[in-house]
Design a protein around this ligand. Sequence first.
Ligand SMILES: [Fe+2]
Ligand SMILES: [Fe+2]
Length: 289
Amino acid sequence: MMSPDYIKEKVQTIIQLPALPTIAMEVVELVDNPKTSASRLGKLISTDQALTAKVLKIANSPFYGFPRRISTIDFAIIVLGYDALKEIVISISLVSSLQKKSDAVFDAKGFWDHSITSGVIARRLARDLGYRVSGEVFVGGLLHDMGISVLHRYFRNEYKRIVEILQETDLNAIEAEESVLGVTHAEVGGWLAERWNLPDHLVEAIRFHHSPSRADKNKDLVALIHCADVFAIRMSAQAVDFDKGLDFDSQSLDHLQLTDPQVLDQYMQSYRDLIKADLEQVTQFENAR
Ligand SMILES: [Fe+2]
Ligand SMILES: [Fe+2]
């Protein structure tokens, strides 16, 4: 087994990645400049087609709740606001910078869907439960499993072994990772978040998304992201193997006052409807292009 210290060292030197991909850095600079116009920012984002498509998909998600279809980046900037857009672009860039194509042990689209779904549900859950809806909630949901991308990309053989164990045994994701690596994707994600200088609250939410009761800085954020993760897993059409075995933590449910199973079911149902609407809307959007 690799020693956890070795893995930590390797993750912290990731690992030759720039702190932030170039386009994200340019967006941050433009947004921070008070003289930037929406059209200049729009032009920059539009130079990256994949980024444009992802921003529009998020802007049009029924979870965000805008009644009109947002079909251009300029309009997305006006509707979402500079700050929200900045967070969306940065987090998309972070996830994309780590991501590799699908292979026998990693489903890139499934991973992306799980990340986005967790982000939009976390944001919606915060709003529905009366928490301050900060960008951190969406970003935390989007980034919570980034340790998976790190393991898949930088520890290939070990990741392959973990997937085999998940498929062949009853071990859950955390147990399988510990048996092979001695650390989990949650810890690895937390190390990378530190290395990227993400805010402490986000580091904590990523690190403890499978063990939320261990958090002590911002229990609200950790509980919201943990629960959004479980919602996203339960709503997924396919098995989310890399999070296998994750279920609601009773302290988190308590913290969010979601202990009544009926209430929990109602949230689940209403988010399911939103996801269905989301899929229909995306199909319409793609057909219209
Ligand atoms: Fe996870
Ligand atoms: Fe997850």
